[in-house]
Design a protein. Sequence first.
Length: 148
Amino acid sequence: MFLVKLSITIVLSSIFILLSILHIYWAFGGKWGAASVVPTKEVKSEVNMPGPIGTLFVALGLALFSVVVIMQWFTEDQLPFTFLIPFKNYGIQVIAVIFFLRSVGDFKYVGLFRKIKHTPFAQMDKKLFTPLSGLICILLLILVSLAK
């Protein structure tokens, strides 16, 4: 079980850090991949990119998700501050719910039950974003079960 927990922790932390770095890149004006990461109504419609502050906020959240995953390796006594204990105990479950909801989607633009299916975002959502969200959710739930 040690190797399974270690592998899942490394995979999840790597995913969260890489996604965080990508959001930082976009916040500072990077264009790679940006055309297909924001939902649109029509195939040729203009993409309104979120601003740098919002994008940096997402990057920070993803980096913190990585920290919460790594915290699963520590006992409550090993955490440097007692206020971190709830994040260790419940944070991983909250993150799993977030990615479950992302996988299910909003029933219009994102997720398994999206109605708009032919835009560049919808194609990437089908091929990458929704499966990745589902995988993250499943790996988080496995990590929670291994912690008990």
